[in-house]
Design a protein around this ligand. Sequence first.
Ligand code: EPZ
Length: 417
Amino acid sequence: MAKIVIEKSVPLKGAVRISGAKNSALPLMAASLLSGERSVLHNVPRLRDVDTMKEIMEEIGAKIKREGDSFLIDTGNIHSIEAPYELVRKMRASILLLGPLLARCGRARISLPGGCAIGERPINLHLNALSSMGAEISLENGYINARAKRLKGAEIFFDIPTVTGTENTMMAACLAEGKTIIKNAAKEPEIADLADMLREMGADIEGDGTDKITIYGVKELRGAEHRIIPDRIEAGTFMIASVMTRGEVEIRECIPEHLGALIEKLEKVGAEIRVKKDSIFVKGPDVIKSVDIKTMPFPGFPTDLQAQFMAMMCIADGCSVIKETIFENRFMHVGELRRMGADIEVNGSQAIVKGKKHLLAAPVMATDLRASACLVLAGLVAEGGRTEVHRIYHLDRGYEMMENKFASLGAKIWRES
Ligand code: EPZ
């Protein structure tokens, strides 16, 4: 099994280029199924999750060819409407095929995505939205069976601003008959990126980025060419790494407006931050001040940066409170950080982190994607030897060549099989 080995790092220095966003690439790939014409995606990151989505789409008949950082996607001959269990269980975001297949083919059979380490991850809001658009949905043998001659526009209110629920509904509504209004919609930047591509395909959408999105269904959509936005979570991960190592790092090809909540917190931590149009310079302070965070839907502090921020608070000068409000079990990294000497007390959805002078190098185990990033960050500052992060297939799901990027900034980090 591969592992990543890290020694205590010198202050990171230099510039790092951010890859295309995983959580944009996945819905954009699914959206290409809404048209029988060819689409082209640029800035496609090299990630396991993207590979899995490619595999599932090829299973159902799409032809996808990588040319450098681009995907040429031919969806002219979709001959199956089934996303099989053995692939869906590898990546629950396969649920994003439900809306497009239903809208394009009138049917879809998707294995129910199970839960995962961070939570039960129900999809009731997705299914309720599609049912209110006229889809007949049944669950049998662990599969969702959905069918609809033609979906009809509806007014949908999400109890929770679900990101992929909003994306699934948007995609389905583009080809539905009439108008769909989504209230309490998610406002993450990936939603706006998807809406941009759907408009390039000929969809009639407005309000993306706000909590009310209106879609006027059209008869059919054309292929499109679209560049994927940069990954704000990868960018945030490197910003936190610069602070933790007291480094001076320029994060290139990012969108600072997507990182407002983190920037505000890092300034409170004592970092010096200079924002340009498409880059952010982060200089770490000598003393890392402890700061409380509470994860919230965008534009609040992103849950996908909670674990990384906790790693930084482990070496802060005081006590910080970290509240996780999005997922019910997203503290799996706490046990591993404790193995490195961290002082963290968990009460339900709240973790109290008592900052220490330093962490201690140790072998640790990744439990989920962002927890693995948190452990790499902890390894960069841990004293007394080498930190080994095991089960790094979690990391490869969402970070493109993370160790190479850190090594280019001066970190002593490498992969061992
Ligand atoms: C997306 O997951 C992201 N994944 C997650 O990133 C991210 O953490 C999450 O949004 C929150 O920002 C992708 O975009 C592929 P939700 P998603 O539906 O859409 C509950 C990463 O590390 N809920 O917004 O699955 C749910 O249980 C991943 O890159 C329902 O109850 O998240 C959760 O508590 C992890 N019923 C809350 O809503 C539903 O039908 C938010 O979930 C749907 C969701």
